[in-house]
Write a new protein. Sequence first.
Length: 358
Amino acid sequence: MQPEHLLPIGGRAAWTGADLARDESWVFRLDDAAVAEIDAALAGVRARGLPLQRIRAADFHLPVLRPTLDAVSEELESGRGLVRIAGLSPDRYSAEELNTVFWGICAHLGTQLPQNTKGEILAEVKDETGTGTAVTGADASGAVPSARARSRSTGPLRFHTDKCDLLCLLCASNGIAGGESRIVSTIALHDALAERRPDLLRVLYEPFYRMRPADEEGDEVSDRVFTMPVFSRGPTGAFTSQYSRTYVEMAHAEPGVPPLRPEQVEAMDMLAALADELCLQIPFEPGQIQLMNQHVTYHGRTAYADDAAHGASRVLLRIWLAAPNSRALPAGHAVQWGSTAPGAIRGGAMPGRSALAA
């Protein structure tokens, strides 16, 4: 860390929820011609009988929409780091067709990554408890539930990142109450800390113990506990934050890991409080696609309630992408990302492994 790292960063990525509520230019709306082109691309890959994992951008032909997707890609890496695409209707597609449409659009933005060692690539984020139970804090035994267990329940999700350059979510359906998206700029958080609590900002540039989740990355890894700062700068000075308080807490529950220092707990508490203050909280409506650069945003959600008896449930489709225009990362991030080179296939549950079939 250099002294200048404790100064505000600013720029388009330093937005607040109030800023985006006033200015909806981060929302890209598909017109009828774009939807017709998507439908034609879908018909093309279906006519060829291509399985999902064999579909590349060249197979899902979108020449008219291509300039818009290029603008989306630029906005994600060099702009706000957050984009919504609106204008699709899940009702016009079967479940399989909707998966293909989502996959095909994402293929124009990056390379799909495995989300666990079992090969999950296009995930469904929905309640898997069977009882509508909210999985939140430690259970009676003191065990800390993983992020996957939390996300597959109806409970709220704390602000966090996923291990990819771009997190892509499509709302296939939503429950009858709650489930609102919460997104915050990590650069806005950084700058608020620079102004209000530079002592805690300094702490977030120091190493924190983390744990690799067994339900995503398996039990075979040798370095399940490792250290990495919450805030970092790459070799070109580009900012990045990779963070999940859940995985910090899981690491400190492991034998031999020292307890969190008081200033680390205070820094994480302050980070959470500022995220609540500065975030954008909005409904996630069926058909919308939400794209987030995981180096400059955190995301979470409010609790929700399904009404399965009447067919109302919250289901999100999720794809992790390595972006071709991604930033260079600090050398120490290789422990988490595999490669720190810009534009590399990196991240995912199996770093360096593409989800695309040979």
